[in-house]
Design a protein. Structure first.
Length: 271
């Protein structure tokens, strides 16, 4: 008897993760570009890559092939936006800790302190769309519905994916459950986390100059190649008209790319 082939099951496309979780808070690990934003970054990357390809190949066809790599740039840019959003939230969270420690030291309860912290952050950050203001507004509104502050902090730590917020939320939950000196524990934890964040900021400031130098070093070979092709006449023609020349150009581009990635790795310091 001949075996009947079972029909292949179609792969079901998984739905996109929503930008907001079931709790109503923003998921900081998810970001979707609007169509106009996606098109803008795609065209900018395609134009830059086409120009880069034309400098090294002097061929419209090869330059267009290089420009096809632009379709990967929106995903790269999305990761950069997510990282930038988390970095801003980390700095804003440090300011929130200072305000929370002061409010608790004044004798306010944790719930009352969160409302005071919200007012302080609204005075410090003018834009109402600032991440920490939106998070505090969400906390205060849920606290008015008798939800636990420790659950709200844990939810923020899970959504943000930031270690400092997760550390604070865990210590806060343990200290409130065990009935320790909550004010002293929060003040000490706030000081430690704030010092860690400030150290990271200082390192980023010191590395900013090196990162700029790295970008300049990555651009210099491209500018040098452009100047040579514009000023030496037919001297550079074999580089564009022969297979060996195209291989050398491709190898040079690969070295520039590897050097750029290596520089990014060296300047990426985690505290």
């Amino acid at each position: 008897m001949s075996k009947t082939k079972e029909p292949k099951q179609k792969r079901v496309k998984e739905p996109r993760r929503p930008e907001r979780t079931e709790t109503g808070g923003l998921d900081y690990s998810v970001y979707y570009m609007k169509p106009g934003e996606y098109l803008m970054y795609l065209l900018l990357a395609a134009a830059a890559l086409f120009a880069l390809g034309y400098v090294f190949y002097r061929s419209v066809i090869l330059s267009a092939l290089v420009a096809l790599l632009a379709f990967r740039f929106p995903a790269i840019r999305t990761r950069q936006i997510i990282a930038s959003r988390r970095q801003k939230l980390t700095l804003q969270f440090k300011d929130m800790l200072y305000s929370l420690s002061s409010a608790l030291s004044a004798g306010n309860s944790v719930e009352q302190s969160m409302s005071i912290v919200l007012e302080d952050m609204e005075r410090q950050y003018v834009n109402p769309n600032t991440a920490i203001i939106q998070e505090l507004e969400l906390m205060v509104s849920k606290l008015s519905l008798n939800q636990n502050i420790e659950d709200l902090l844990l939810d923020l730590s899970n959504r943000s994916g930031i270690d400092d917020i997760r550390t604070f939320a865990n210590i806060f939950e343990i200290s409130k459950r065990t009935g320790g000196n909550l004010i002293q524990i929060i003040r000490q934890t706030s000081d430690v986390i704030s010092q860690k964040i400030e150290t990271k900021v200082e390192i980023d400031t010191m590395l900013a100059e090196k990162k700029m130098e790295q970008k300049v070093l990555a651009v210099m070979p491209i500018l040098l190649m452009f100047l040579l092709t514009q000023t030496t006449g037919d001297f550079m023609a074999p580089l564009f008209n022969s297979i060996g020349g195209r291989i050398v150009s491709t190898f040079a581009l690969a070295l520039i790319f590897v050097g750029y990635l290596w520089g990014l790795k060296l300047t990426d310091i985690t505290v």
